[in-house]
Design a protein around this ligand. Structure first.
Ligand code: GDP
Length: 479
């Protein structure tokens, strides 16, 4: 339960220049040719505004029509604008916790636009991005992590990302954060007690229990943080750099994986000068494939820039697919590429397995295998498609131990949340170290209080207005 003060504090953080008493309206569906389009209105005047523009068949619209679907017309004077279905939902059990009206009109740009214009004329204000969800948050119906989950549900590009976001909507992450917050509060209370105790008794309070409590908090935070990487991969996809010397089959591999011919395949070395990015859905995981320029020593300045970019992409990628041509003598830069791949998360793809392996290549491979025993190797043929399903399997194993569906229920899915938990963790770590060094409790408490504040920001208690603006700006209008 939120206290009155908390809700009041959040209300003060409403969007700049807006008053929460405003009734807001927006087109909630994508504008374009479609079966239906929805205009959504929220606020204390939602009912009177719809009453002014809606002529239902049968009895006039009344506040007792709560959650009933009424058929009729949107009118402007005597002119009929559209034939619609109107639903009126009385707050507080609505999306925004305010009175909400949804007008279901015909799809296409004009119906909804004309209805919206009419609604604005009757006193509603055009909603800002994410303002409906912001109101749900400010009115205490959902917390900030849940609000962000709304956006994630809309933005999700794969089934797994979608499932994760839906779990978050349910407040699983918030529950875990609140549980950790309670432990921090408990420890703070113990410190307060310790501070008073020392003043009165002038003797040492045993610090072991407090240190253990701090360790337990750290362990919970670590568990949550370890879900962050996975959460990010589900949301943003796995950035996969396809690298290798020119002409080894990088573009062919990209095409084979995408089953379409987008990247240009040629046999003149160095033609893929810039990188190409394509995404595809690998069993619900988004694989963002980046076909990089071939890496080789070059005098050509334009090509050199491409090669430099390839190296940068290789360093930044979540996964490196290093393609090697087994039918050829290994090239000078291949040693270096294999070393670089070994330093990251990589799969070495021995391409052109449909052709006989060159002896020099086989020798070099044996040498790499002893030098980098931890590296994974796969024989493939981008031309025939051999080994590609094994490659996909290997990627799933590498990132999700083959079982994407076992994702933890409470996962940190976005950078903002992960960053806050990380900062909070550092403060708890500091607390623990101070306790171990026997620093006076008054001083130790400072870090723990910061740890608590960071956790509060995850769920959005006592949020800065500017931070809220930034978060809700990433929503679409009408949500
Ligand atoms: P990139 O420069 O690394 O992107 O290489 P490309 O994809 O443009 O391929 C270079 C050449 O190798 C083309 O002629 C491809 O048809 C050929 N190639 C690519 N993969 C295979 C393969 O698995 N087997 C065979 N035989 N040829 C391949």
């Amino acid at each position: 339960m939120k206290t009155q003060d908390e809700t009041q504090e959040k209300k003060m953080a409403a969007a700049p220049g807006t008053m929460e008493e405003d009734t807001i309206a927006a087109i909630a569906t994508a504008v374009g040719k479609a079966g239906i389009g929805i205009v959504r209105i929220s606020g204390s005047d939602a009912f009177s505004i719809v009453q002014a523009v809606f002529r239902p068949t049968g009895t006039p619209l009344s506040r007792t029509d709560d959650r009933k679907l009424r058929y009729g017309h949107i009118v402007c004077g005597k002119k009929i604008i559209d034939e619609v279905l109107v639903s009126f939902m009385r707050g507080p059990h609505t999306y925004t916790a305010e009175d909400v009206v949804e007008i279901n009109a015909h799809g296409g740009a004009l119906s909804v636009r004309r209805i919206l214009a009419l609604v604005l004329e009757k006193g509603a204000r055009f909603a800002e991005r994410g303002e409906f969800t912001r109101r749900a948050f400010l009115n205490g119906r959902i917390d900030l992590a849940q609000a962000e989950a709304v956006r994630d549900v809309i933005d999700a590009q794969t089934t797994r990302a979608h499932e994760q976001a839906v779990k978050q909507l349910d407040g699983k992450l918030s529950k875990e954060i609140n549980r950790i917050k309670d432990s921090v509060l408990q420890l703070l209370a113990e410190m307060e007690y310790g501070i008073n105790f020392m003043e009165d008794a002038q003797e040492e309070l045993p610090q072991e229990p407090m240190q253990n409590a701090a360790r337990a908090i750290l362990a919970s935070m670590d568990a949550l943080l370890s879900s962050a990487a996975r959460g990010r991969l589900l949301r943003e996809g796995i950035a996969t750099a396809i690298v290798g010397s020119p002409n080894v089959g990088k573009s062919s591999l990209l095409n084979a994986l995408l089953c379409e011919s987008r990247a240009i395949v040629t046999d003149i070395p160095g033609t893929t000068r810039d990188s190409i990015e394509e995404s595809y859905d690998l069993d619900g995981i988004l694989l963002r494939l980046i076909d990089t320029a071939g890496i080789r020593e070059t005098e050509d300045r334009v090509e050199a820039i491409g090669v430099e970019r390839s190296r940068a992409l290789m360093r930044e990628a979540d996964l490196i697919l290093l393609v090697l041509d087994t039918a050829r003598v290994p090239q000078k830069q291949d040693d270096e590429l294999v070393a670089e791949a070994a330093a990251g998360t990589a799969l070495l793809l021995l391409n052109k397995s449909d052709q006989p392996t060159a002896d020099a290549f086989a020798q070099k491979l044996a040498q790499w295998k002893t030098q980098y025993p931890a590296l994974s190797w796969l024989e493939i043929s981008a031309k025939t498609g051999a080994g590609l399903s094994r490659l996909e399997e290997a990627i799933r194993d590498l990132f999700f131990e083959g079982a994407v569906e076992n994702a933890p229920p409470a996962a940190l899915t976005n950078l903002r949340q992960a960053e806050l938990v990380r900062k909070s963790r550092n403060e708890v770590q500091q607390t623990l170290e101070d306790l171990e060094r026997g620093v006076v409790l008054d001083a130790v408490e400072v870090s723990l209080r910061s740890a608590y504040r960071y956790l509060c920001e995850v769920t959005g208690e006592s949020m800065d207005e500017k931070v809220l603006d930034r978060i809700f700006q990433s929503f679409c209008v009408g949500k």
